[in-house]
Design a protein around this ligand. Structure first.
Ligand SMILES: [Zn+2]
Length: 194
């Protein structure tokens, strides 16, 4: 299975996030699922080494999150499972059962593509760039060592605010600065060289 185009994943994430009660971070994935698909059961379970699972139980779909997961990871796992749900289950695939590792390094093989897509979707859903922009009060591109220090600190703060792992926030900020090259935080004035 080929990797889905990024813009397609982004579009799907934007469609799903519209059901959020509000867009203030952290994005409430569980609320989105409850509102969008009220019949889907969400629970915690002992999944062994797996992080999340999508199953059908007596004709009803259920999402399970490892009981060992932290709040940040739980959010990410549910967002990841949501991708499988919208892409596979809602498109009539009969066998929706899958157990997932979420946000891990994956082998470069075609079988890993749906999992990679699900991770990308999760990041898109939890940290929409247009929401992220409102919380950026620094230039996301480091120029000096001091900039790097400031950015590292702010990345941790933002990760906490959006309830995602720091690595996810780092990747979102990198994408943000690539997309919004001309971005300047509010009230920012360029320091002109003398
Ligand atoms: Zn998965």
């Amino acid at each position: 299975m080929a990797t889905t185009e990024l813009h397609e994943i982004e579009k799907e994430a934007q469609r799903v996030v519209r059901k959020a009660p509000n867009l203030d971070p952290p994005i409430q994935v569980e609320e989105i699922i409850k509102v969008s698909w009220p019949k889907v059961h969400i629970g915690a379970a002992d999944l062994g080494d797996y992080h999340g699972a999508l199953v059908t139980e007596g004709g009803r779909a259920a999402m399970y999150v490892s009981q060992k997961a932290s709040t940040e990871h739980r959010n990410l796992i549910l967002a990841h499972l949501t991708w499988h749900w919208v892409r596979h289950a809602l498109r009539g695939q009969i066998d929706i059962t899958r157990q997932c590792l979420v946000h891990v390094t994956r082998p470069e093989e075609p079988q890993a593509a749906p999992e990679r897509d699900a991770d990308v979707f999760a990041a898109e859903l939890l940290v929409p760039l247009e929401v992220l922009e409102k919380y950026i009060d620094f230039l996301p591109e480091a120029q000096s060592e001091n900039d790097k220090k400031i950015i590292a600190g702010r990345t941790v703060d933002l990760a906490r605010r959006f309830a995602v792992p720091v690595e996810v926030m780092k990747a979102r900020l990198t994408l943000f600065s690539a997309r919004r090259r001309s971005f300047k935080p509010k009230g920012w004035t360029d320091k002109k060289p003398i």
